[in-house]
Design a protein around this ligand. Structure first.
Ligand SMILES: [Mg+2]
Ligand SMILES: [Zn+2]
Length: 166
């Protein structure tokens, strides 16, 4: 089987609006404009689309695994309804003040897991995120990382990365 190129996306600030605080409730979730269109375009080109997100609010006790999983199902169903299928979503539940884990970005464990599970070709992949740690996590596995402004247009980013045209 030929390995697939993948576009890894950070969640908060890339898929949904970064509010400057944790987002775990549906009513606080605003999917940014053009995200569905961008994901569909990537999938049409044969890319896998995989979300990698730090959700330290779990470690802080603000919300639970169930909340994140429920919200991710909701994001998935909203985007699928417009033909934008996310292949997988991975999250780190840990908060750095309670010890160091390998999965919190800039740790690369979640990316490595995704690469193995989805047979990703790192050389044809990119991670897009709004923090230096997103880029650093990608670079740790030898993948290109792209730093974007929080809440900027995914479509514009994908064009700039020359992943999609027009
Ligand atoms: Mg972010
Ligand atoms: Zn972790």
């Amino acid at each position: 089987m030929r390995k697939a190129g993948a576009v890894f996306l950070d969640r908060d600030g890339v898929i949904n609006r970064e509010r400057g605080q944790h987002t775990w409730k549906r009513e606080d979730l605003e999917v940014l404009p053009g995200v569905g269109k961008g994901i569909s375009a990537l999938r049409d080109l044969g890319y896998k689309v995989i979300v990698i997100t730090n959700q330290s609010g779990i470690g802080l006790g603000l919300y639970g695994h169930k909340d994140v999983e429920e919200l991710h199902r909701y994001i998935h169903s909203m985007l699928s309804a417009e033909g934008a299928v996310i292949d997988d979503m991975f999250y780190c539940p840990h908060h750095p003040s309670f010890g160091k884990c390998l999965c919190r970005k800039p740790g690369s464990l979640l990316i490595e897991r995704a690469i193995g599970k989805h047979q990703v070709d790192v050389s044809r992949s990119v991670m897009i995120g709004d923090r230096d740690r997103d880029v650093e996590a990608a670079e740790r596995v030898g993948m290109r990382g792209m730093l974007v402004r929080a809440n900027s247009s995914l479509i514009d980013t994908l064009k700039e990365a020359e992943l999609i045209r027009c």
